[in-house]
Design a protein around this ligand. Structure first.
Ligand code: TLP
Length: 350
C-alpha cells in the first residue's frame, strides 16, 4: 500500500534531527551532569552563554521547564510577575507559574506581542501593605500567539529601561529568538543585552530532538540548577541531548531564513485565495495565521479537511489556524499546500 507523506505544518517542534546530529549523539563524550561531569553538556552550555553574551547557561529538558525554572529563579513565592496577555507562559504552560512557582501573573496586552513601556509602568505596584511585591517582567520573542511576530531590540530596551528604573528583573522567553535575529539580520546579542536572563529552544527550528537552554549570570544559573533539580530535571548522561545542540548552534541558525522565505510564499499565496483572510504584515518569521471564517467553517473543521488531504495544521482559535514552516517543509510542499487550500476553499464557496 502506498502511504501519503503528510505535510506537517503544525509546529517547528516536529523537526527531526539531521544525520550529523545522530552521528554526534553516538560519538558524544558522556559523564554525570548532576556532578557537572558531562563534557558535551559543559561545552554546549559554554557555547550558549558566549553566543548570548551572558556569563553562564544551563541545559533544560523543554521550553516549559526552562520558563518555569527561570521564573522560580528570578522571584520569591507570592511575587507579582508582569507578562503579555497572549504569552506562552500565561496560555500554554499549565499555569505552572502559579501552581508551582507560587506567582501572581499580571497580564497586560501588547501590540502584536510588544509591550508598551507606559502600560508596564502602570502595572508596577507601589510599595503598600496590601500589594504583592512586583519582581519580574517577561517578554516573548518571537511572539507565538501573534504569529511569530518580532519584538525589536529597541522595543525590548524600552521595557528594560522601565525595569531598571523600578529595580525589576527582565526575562525573555526567547524560544524562537534566533528566528527574530535572522529575520532582522542582527546579532542575537542585540536582543539579549537588554534582558537579565532568557531561555531559547533547541528543539524547534534548530531541529534538535530535545532541549532548551537558560542563560544569565553565574549566580542566576546556579539558582536555576537547584530549581531544575527540585523539579526532577537534573540529568545524568545528558551529552546525548547536548551533542545535537552543539551542531544546532554551529550550523542550523542561518538556515532559518529558508523557513521565513517559505512562510512568505505560503502567506502571499494564501492572500490570493478567495475566502481566506490573512494579515501579511504579521507574517514576520516562520508562523502563518489564516482566518477561514468567511468560508463558514470553524478552524477545527478546516483543519480536519486539510488532514484528509495530507496537510497538518493547528487551530489557533475558532476562526484562525496556524501553519509553521521548518526544515521538514520544502518549497514544493508549500505549493502543494496552497493548491489543496485553494481546492477546499472552492469546494466550500461553491
Ligand atoms: N510552543 C509550542 C506549543 O507549546 C504551542 C509550539 O508548537 O509553538 N515558549 C514559546 C514561545 C513556545 O512557542 C513554546 C512551545 C514554549 C515556550 C515551550 O516549549 P516546549 O514545547 O519545549 O515546552
Amino acid at each position: 500500500m502506498k502511504t501519503i507523506k503528510l505535510i506537517d505544518l503544525r509546529s517547528d517542534t516536529v523537526t527531526l534531527p539531521t544525520d550529523e546530529m545522530l552521528e554526534a549523539i553516538k560519538a558524544a563524550e558522556l559523564g554525570d551532569d548532576v556532578f557537572k561531569e558531562d563534557s558535551t553538556v559543559n561545552k554546549l552550555e559554554m557555547m550558549a552563554a558566549k553566543k548570548m553574551g551572558k556569563e553562564a547557561a544551563l541545559l533544560m529538558t523543554s521550553g516549559t521547564q526552562a520558563n518555569l525554572v527561570s521564573l522560580m529563579s528570578n522571584t520569591k513565592r507570592g511575587n507579582l510577575v508582569i507578562l503579555e496577555a497572549e504569552s506562552h507562559i500565561y496560555w500554554y504552560e499549565v499555569g505552572g507559574l502559579s501552581a508551582i512557582a507560587g506567582l501572581l501573573p499580571w497580564p497586560i496586552r501588547g501590540n502584536l506581542g510588544v509591550l508598551a513601556p507606559e502600560d508596564v509602568e502602570a502595572a508596577i505596584r507601589p510599595k503598600n501593605i496590601h500589594f504583592p511585591e512586583t519582581s519580574l517582567i517577561c517578554v516573548e520573542n518571537t511572539h507565538n500567539r501573534y504569529g511569530g511576530t518580532i519584538v525589536t531590540p529597541d522595543q525590548i530596551k524600552a521595557v528594560s529601561d522601565i525595569a531598571r528604573t523600578f529595580g525589576l528583573k527582565l526575562y525573555m522567553d526567547g524560544a524562537r529568538i534566533f528566528n527574530a535575529a535572522v529575520a532582522l539580520k542582527v546579532e542575537v546579542k542585540d536582543f539579549t543585552k537588554h534582558v537579565d536572563n532568557l531561555m531559547f529552544c533547541l528543539s524547534k527550528g534548530l531541529s534538535c530532538p530535545i532541549g532548551s537552554i537558560v542563560v544569565g549570570t553565574e549566580e542566576f544559573v546556579e539558582k536555576a540548577r537547584k530549581n531544575r533539580k527540585i523539579l526532577g530535571g537534573g540529568m545524568r548522561q545528558a551529552g546525548i541531548i547536548a551533542a545535537p545542540g552543539i551542531i544546532a548552534l554551529e550550523k542550523m541558525i542561518d538556515r532559518l531564513e529558508e523557513d521565513h522565505k517559505n512562510a512568505r510564499v505560503l502567506a502571499e499565496g494564501l492572500a490570493q485565495i478567495n475566502g481566506i483572510s490573512i494579515n501579511l504584515k504579521n507574517v514576520q518569521t516562520n508562523i502563518v495565521h489564516l482566518d477561514v471564517s468567511e468560508l463558514l467553517v470553524t478552524s477545527d473543521q478546516f483543519v480536519s479537511k486539510l488532514r484528509e488531504k495530507g496537510v497538518l495544521a493547528l487551530p489557533r482559535d475558532k476562526k484562525t489556524l496556524r501553519m509553521v514552516t521548518h526544515r521538514g517543509v520544502e518549497k514544493e510542499n508549500i505549493e502543494k499546500t496552497l493548491n489543496i487550500i485553494d481546492s477546499i476553499a472552492k469546494e466550500l464557496h461553491g
